[in-house]
Design a protein around this ligand. Structure first.
Ligand code: UTP
Length: 294
């Protein structure tokens, strides 16, 4: 029987070239949607799903991520002395417990598959969740929680998928759908950026996974694939011939905050979701007279 998923891996060592110059000295994962860094959304989602150990695969220029998940005594003391209790509580609430974070370095950004492989010794011989932090979801419950619920039944490996318009399939990695109900079904294969006519489905992989530890041995053997990077997809395809993969079509929507359009859209959508910001933001949007711009 598979074990419970206690550990999540967050690969944060990428260069974020699509977001230059913002990401020249600052990690992409610290860009904010409204007032929370992308990485905080991913950690919140993992905590909601019951994750207890948070493993970050970092690289050069990413030290601020480690600081973000640490206490800031000076700041806390200042907030306390000014009576800003709500802000202080918010900061403390966002932190994983002491000793529950681990940081390792990728050293060279050789691709997502390589970043995941760098977490192998920390994760060990147990299933783990993998969250790409630049993919931010508007979902209730969170996408990983929905996947965990499906994992209780299916065990094996689980991948979160979302439907896209057929004309957009060539921008994504899509799955070959096998048997099973609409929300949770077998995955028989994956195709990276297929042409519309050749796409096996319009269900794309949006950056949330539950994987069995056997993936690490396959990643170790992996040669460089597309983009001269070690690809996670290639190792998953191999694992698929040995283990079960389940697709979970979650309730919710992803925003690819590694792209400028996704990031800007997420900021608008998440700002409109916030009771404290929505009224003022709507006033500002009205003043922009968007009708005449569109
Ligand atoms: P992306 O595919 O968005 O790549 O990575 P990137 O390098 O960060 O960004 P662009 O394409 O150059 O703009 C998805 C996630 O995987 C991590 C990234 O940090 C991001 O969170 N990643 C990617 C690594 O940790 N290491 C890598 O070698 C590549």
């Amino acid at each position: 029987m598979s074990k419970r998923v206690r550990t999540a891996v967050f690969p944060v060592a990428g260069l974020g070239t699509r977001f230059l110059p913002a990401t020249k000295a600052m990690p992409k994962e610290m860009l904010t949607v409204v007032d929370r860094p992308l990485i905080q959304y991913a950690v919140d989602e993992a905590r909601e799903a019951g994750i207890e150990h948070f493993v970050f695969v970092t690289g050069r220029n990413k030290g601020v991520i480690e600081d973000h998940f640490d206490r800031q005594f000076e700041l806390e003391a200042t907030l306390e002395s000014r009576g800003k209790v709500a802000a202080l509580e918010e900061l403390q609430k966002d932190l994983p417990s002491a000793g529950r974070t681990s940081f390792t370095r990728q050293q060279e950004p050789l691709g997502l598959g390589h970043a995941v492989w760098c977490a192998r010794d920390i994760v060990g011989d147990q299933p783990f969740a993998l969250l790409l932090p630049d993919m931010v979801f508007r979902a209730k419950p969170g996408v990983l929680k929905q996947m965990m619920d499906a994992y209780e039944e299916s065990q094996g490996n689980v991948i979160g998928v979302e439907e896209c318009a057929w004309e957009d399939v060539s921008s994504y990695g899509v799955v070959v759908r096998g048997d099973g109900p609409d929300k949770s079904f077998a995955i028989n294969g994956m195709v990276e950026k297929p042409k519309r006519d050749e796409a096996p489905s319009n269900l794309f992989i949006s950056g949330r996974y539950i994987l069995q530890p056997e993936i690490f041995a396959l990643l170790a053997e992996q040669t460089r694939g597309a983009g001269n990077e070690i690809q996670l997809t290639d190792a998953m395809q191999t694992l698929m011939s040995q283990q079960r993969f389940t697709g979970v079509k979650y309730e919710g929507k992803v925003y690819d905050c590694g792209s400028k359009l996704g990031f800007l859209t997420a900021n608008v959508v998440f700002a409109l979701d916030r009771a404290d910001i929505r009224p003022g933001f709507i006033d500002e949007l009205r003043k922009l007279d968007l009708e005449s711009e569109l």
